[in-house]
Structure formats: structure tokens, C-alpha cells
Ligand binder design. Sequence first.
Ligand SMILES: NC(=O)c1ccc[n+]([C@@H]2O[C@H](COP(=O)([O-])OP(=O)(O)OC[C@H]3O[C@@H](n4cnc5c(N)ncnc54)[C@H](OP(=O)(O)O)[C@@H]3O)[C@@H](O)[C@H]2O)c1
Length: 250
Amino acid sequence: MTPKLRVGLVGYGKAGSAVANVLSADPRFDLRWIARRSTPESQTHPATNIPIIGIEQHPFAELLEQYPVDALVDFSTPDSLRAYGSEIARRGIMLVSAISAYTDDDLAYARSLGVYTRVLCSPNITLGINFLIVAAKLLRKIAPFADVEIVEQHFKEKPEVSGTARKIAETLEVGGENITSLRLGGIVGHHEVIFGFPHQTVRLTHDSIRREAFGTGAAFALTQLAQCDKGFYTFDDLLLQLIQHELKKQ
Ligand SMILES: NC(=O)c1ccc[n+]([C@@H]2O[C@H](COP(=O)([O-])OP(=O)(O)OC[C@H]3O[C@@H](n4cnc5c(N)ncnc54)[C@H](OP(=O)(O)O)[C@@H]3O)[C@@H](O)[C@H]2O)c1
């Protein structure tokens, strides 16, 4: 039997708490601790009793010494990267970072850690959206003559055009004018890529239901990354590796 991957989760906010629910329930992982910026007193994850630790009280060097892990999953803030970077490099701990707002400097630093360990950075870690992007990219190659439009729908209060829609547009080499944004009710997130052929229409759609979807993406990244050599990876790299592997088996 493959031993469980020992995981430490950094960040216990809106996304991190949903990710904790998924990783703690997945038999492939042993979620050993959850780190947040600060905890006033001893705290545990409600369903599982996994300890929740404040980094201001227990810095990463101390935490990793006391509770060793094989992997870190980061859903906190960009500044955490430099707080644990040298520690994971020294110990060869792999990293799945979901931070969406890294600067170019942060990304260069994350890339440099790839010399010592396996590092994945993904500003969008949802498995379904990443699959949609790969599928859309493939169809664009097969049918460059088809019209392409992107529709995104979100809750009423979201002011900006979805970053995911902009990423899809960039990948498919179409402009922002090909994105239609609708704001209504409480829609969590809907993305649709419509390919208009002369005699047929293809629609690729993705609907977000719950933040736990970030946990499913992190779990996929952990299992794939565990099979990779040291280095820096994107979610696309892992997904394409798996697709190629599956196609070769046909
Ligand atoms: N890639 C994706 O698909 C994806 C999806 C969703 C979110 N994200 C990213 O995930 C991150 C968190 O988003 P969120 O909505 O959950 O934010 P949030 O609700 O504000 O939560 C942030 C969490 O990070 C913790 N934190 C802050 N600084 C820390 C530090 N130096 N060390 C350890 N923990 C620290 C906070 O601790 P306290 O609780 O003590 O304040 C909090 O638990 C963001 O960077 C966002 O871009 C990515």
C-alpha cells in the first residue's frame, strides 16, 4: 500500500478552510496541521481535531521540525512563500501553491526553489476550469476558423471581469471584446466558451458550486507532483502529462 502523503496546509480563510475539508477526508493524505497567521489559543479543525497553528507564534522552521510533512499546500498570502521557502528547499518538501497574486519576483523565487524540490504554482487550481482551458485550446487548434465567444456569469457584487475569462481569452488568442460578463443573483462562477462553426456549435461550460473545488484541484496537484522530478510546474504541465500518458495507453 502506498504510504499517505503527509501534508501541511498554509491558510485557513475562505479557501483554506474548504481545502482542509477535502484534504482531511481524502484517504491518500495525512493532513498533519493547518497554519494561519495567528491563533489566540490552541485551536483545532472542528471535524478532525487537526491542530491549527499560528505562524506568528510558531515559525515554519519550528513547525516543520515538530510536525514533519512531505508537502505544503498554500492558500494564504504571497508573503508566506519567503517565510517557508528556504525551509522547504532544505528539507525537499514539495509545494503546491495556489496563490493568485504573486508578482514576477515572487514567481522567480518560486521557480528558484524548483532546483531543490518539486514546486507547483497555479493561480487557478480548479481541475474543471483547467481541463476546460486545455480542451478549448485543442479545439482552437483543430478549428481555427470557428468564431469564439466567452461568457462569464458571477454574483451581482463582483465588479471586475473574471480573471479566469481573461486567461481563457489570452490562451485562445482572442481579445477582451469577445468576453461577455453577466452579473446576477448569487452565481458562484460560470464560464462558457462557445465555438461557432458554420453548421454546428460547440459549447464548453464550467460551473463552480463550492470552494471545496479548490481542494479537489490541490489533491490532483499533490498526487501528480509526487510522481514528478524536482522542478517548477504549472497546473497545465501536470494535466498535459496525464493526458499524454492516458492517450499513449489507447
Ligand atoms: N488558485 C486558486 O484557484 C485560488 C482559489 C481561491 C483562493 N486562492 C488564493 O488563496 C489565498 C487565500 O484566499 P482566501 O479567500 O481564503 O483569503 P482569506 O480568507 O483572507 O484567508 C487568508 C488566510 O491566510 C492566512 N495567512 C495570512 N498570512 C499568513 C502567513 N504569513 N502565514 C500563514 N498564514 C497566513 C490567514 O490567517 P488568519 O486566519 O490568521 O488571518 C487566513 O487564514 C489567496 O492568495 C487567493 O489568491 C487561490
